[in-house]
Structures are given as C-alpha cells and as structure tokens.
Ligand binder design. Structure first.
Ligand code: FAD
Length: 386
C-alpha cells in the first residue's frame, strides 16, 4: 500500500469506528455498567465492520491494519465504554496467539470466521495456583487414549459464556515446569467446559470475567503452534499485544476522566461567591496535571507501538508501557475525584464509572508491581523467567 492509500484506509476505519461509538458504544455504556450486561450489540457492530479481524493478515480474511490503528481503536472504545474495550482487547490478545497456528486448518478456519465478524474469542489463562502470573499455568495436559486430558479451573475469563472460542493454556504433556506450556483453541460449546459463576467485579461490569471449569479431552488439532511452545508465544505475541491493549484501555479511561473533569469544572458555578470552579488556581493546576499525565502515558504508548511496528522493542520497554498507563489512570482518577467532588462520588455518573473501571489494570496480570520487579531484575542482571 502507498502512504496515501494507507492514510485513507486508516481514516475510513476510524470514521466507521467513530460511527459505531456514537450510535452504539456510548449510548449503551451506562446501561451495560448498571445492568452488568455483556456488550453484545457493540461487539456485533465491531465485527460487522471487520474490527474483530483488525490485525489478521488479509490472506487469512482480516483487515491487516497496523498496530497503531489497533491502539487507537482501543483508546477510543475505552473512552466510551471500558467494558467493551476490554472484551475487544482480550479477543485481540487471543488472536495474536491464534496467528501462531495459522498453518493448521482448524485454526485457519477460526481466523477466517473472526475476519467475517462471526467469532469472538478470549484468553482463558489465569488459575488459582498462579494467580496474576497467568503465563505460568499449573494445570497440565496428559496424553490418554481418549485424547489430551485437561482438568483445570480458570479463575477470571473475560467474555466467559459469551465468547465462541477460548484460548486456554496448560503445561505441556512432557513439562517439568510451567514454562513448558501449550495454548489450545477450544470452541465454547465443546464438551466439558462450563462457566462456573458470575462476574461481580467493582468495575468493568459488562465484562463477564467469570470462572471456567474445564474437564475435557482435547485433540491435537486444537494445539496452537508446537507442543511446549506456549512460553515463546507468550513472550513474542501475547505479552506485547496484551501490553498495548491494556495500556490503551487505561489511557482511554484516563482521557474520559479528563474530558469529564474539564466539562464539570467549566460548568460548576458557586452562586454564593459569584465564582466558577475553573477560577480557582489549584483547580486549574489539577486540570493541567491530569492533561500532562494523560499526554505522557499516551506519548509513551505511541512511541512503543511505533517501535514495535519497526521491530525495535526490547523487553524493558515492553514491560514499562503498561506500568506507566496503569499508574497514570490511578493518579488521574484521584485528581478527577478531587475536582469533580460529590458529582464523581455519586453512583451512576459517568465519572464514577470511570473511577471504578480505572482500578482493574492494577490487578490484571502481569500486574504493574510484578512488572516493576521484572524490570528491576533485568536492570540488575538478576535472572527472570521472561
Ligand atoms: C477485569 C478483569 C478481567 C480479567 N480478564 C482475564 C482474562 O480474560 N483471562 C485471564 O486469564 N485472566 C483474566 N483476569 C485475571 C487477571 O489477569 C489476574 O490473573 C487476576 O486478577 C489475579 O488475581 P489474584 O487474586 O489471583 O491475584 P494474586 O496473584 O493473588 O495477586 C495479588 C496481589 O499480589 C501482587 N503480587 C504478586 N506477586 C508480587 C510481587 N512479586 N511483588 C509485588 N506484588 C506482587 C499482585 O500485584 C496483586 O496485586 C482478569 C482480571 C480482571 C480484574
């Protein structure tokens, strides 16, 4: 594609995305949060315009868009509805893993259905045994004459009961440790996979991050890539894709808090002193600080994505980018609460939803605290598992 064709392609897709956001994602957002409703209509519309296959190569039925467009899509979705954005991010993280199996007809068919907007997927990785270290599964598949036996519980699976395909990890048949792992692509209606509860989280309430109970026999065509290749796939595909996605969700939430704070401060008028809230210097500074924080985190993510597109990233910058976004959104949420006061604390205002949504990045694996420890280990030349 020439540079002009590329620009038109990107612009066309962003226009379609903005239409979906205005017509569906934004009007549905408060209800999705209030009713803990899965954002089905939003995902259907995104699928209809090809966004579920955004990063899939054209020859496999996708749009083959650049990562910068993926990042922008997630930021815009998260500004309107972070639940929808996270469902989309976990889907795309699963897609990044599925692309490792593109030589296998079963996986190729899944990718083609995703490109047609007919398949939503997700990652079912976290287990009680390894918690936020979801890339180090404790469960193991065993070879039996009925197939590969897998018995495990996944503790929080975004889109549980809603996705068409789960990407599930476990230790390989021969594994001596959790780094020798596998990824499998399994249809949600496959025998022996049950949703084990409801999502009752503080924020991202439309997300359905529920447990999955798995007691089944898998077959070899469901294996993504080679046996034991799971950790390599995590390092090369899932980790960078997940870091971009979760960072973009949190930057989108931070920008939503910024917009809401500016609107509130401009409108709030004190009749008793005939003064606007925006006239106070400390409020002006807090708004300035929110702006700087949002711009810093977004710039860092833009630079990271550009370096990824140029294949120039190193492990430290891959780990750093999500730490920055997750720290930023918490700082912005605190400032947003201060400048918007009771309005921000009251239930069912958009900013109250954004503040609840801002907490999830801190507990989602690999968590910022775990990432900082890993960065410290790399800097200090202490061995890590990455
Ligand atoms: C909204 C949401 C959506 C999710 N979606 C998915 C999904 O789609 N698929 C999936 O597989 N999982 C998903 N998860 C699960 C998530 O990725 C984590 O695995 C899960 O939140 C870990 O919970 P835990 O209670 O076991 O954490 P724990 O592992 O018990 O961690 C508890 C705390 O200890 C801290 N901690 C751990 N080690 C260290 C250390 N070395 N130094 C300092 N602090 C440390 C952690 O930072 C964390 O804050 C989701 C979680 C949420 C909240």
């Amino acid at each position: 594609m020439s540079t002009i064709q590329e620009k038109n392609f990107t612009q066309d897709l962003l226009t379609k995305l903005d239409d979906i956001i205005v017509d569906f994602v934004a009007p549905n957002a408060a209800r999705i949060d209030r009713e803990r409703e899965f954002p089905r209509e939003n995902i259907t519309e995104l699928g209809r315009e090809g966004f579920l296959g955004l990063i899939i190569p054209q020859q496999l039925g996708g749009l083959e868009a650049p990562l910068s467009l993926y990042k922008e899509t997630v930021i815009r979705l998260a500004q309107a509805c972070a639940s929808t954005a996270l469902v989309y991010v976990q889907h795309m993280s699963a897609v990044s893993i599925l692309l490792y199996g593109k030589e296998n007809d079963y996986i190729k068919n899944i990718l083609s259905n995703i490109g047609k907007g007919q398949c939503l997927t997700t990652i079912a990785l976290s287990e009680a045994g390894s918690g936020c270290y979801f890339f180090l599964p404790v469960s193991q598949v065993n070879e039996t004459d009925k197939g590969l036996r897998l018995k495990t519980n996944k503790i929080m699976v975004t889109s549980a009961g809603e996705a068409d395909v789960y990407v599930i990890n476990s230790k390989a048949t021969f594994a001596k440790n959790s780094m020798q792992s596998n990824f499998f692509a399994v249809a949600s209606e496959y025998n022996g996979i049950e949703v084990g509860g409801k999502w009752e989280g503080m924020g991202l309430r439309g997300n359905q991050s529920a447990p999955l109970t798995i007691d089944t026999y898998l077959n070899k065509q469901m294996l993504i890539g080679e046996e034991g290749e799971g950790f390599k796939i995590t390092r090369e595909a899932l980790l960078p894709m997940g870091q971009i996605g979760i960072s973009a969700v949190n930057i989108g939430i931070a920008k939503a808090i910024y917009n809401e704070s500016v609107n509130y401060v401009k409108k709030r008028f004190y009749t008793h002193i005939n003064t606007n809230l925006s006239d106070f210097q400390s409020i002006q500074q807090m708004i300035g600080e929110i702006k700087v924080l949002c711009d810093q985190a977004e710039t860092a993510l833009n630079v990271f994505v550009q370096r990824m597109e140029n294949k120039e990233v190193d492990m430290v910058s891959t780990l750093e980018v999500k730490v920055m976004a997750c720290q930023t959104v918490l700082q912005v949420a605190e400032l947003g609460l201060k400048v918007c006061g009771g309005h921000a604390y009251s239930a069912n205002t958009p900013i109250e939803r954004y503040i609840r949504d801002s907490m999830a990045g801190t507990v989602m694996g690999p968590t910022p605290d775990v990432l900082k420890e890993l960065i410290g280990k790399i800097v200090l030349d202490v061995p890590t598992q990455l």
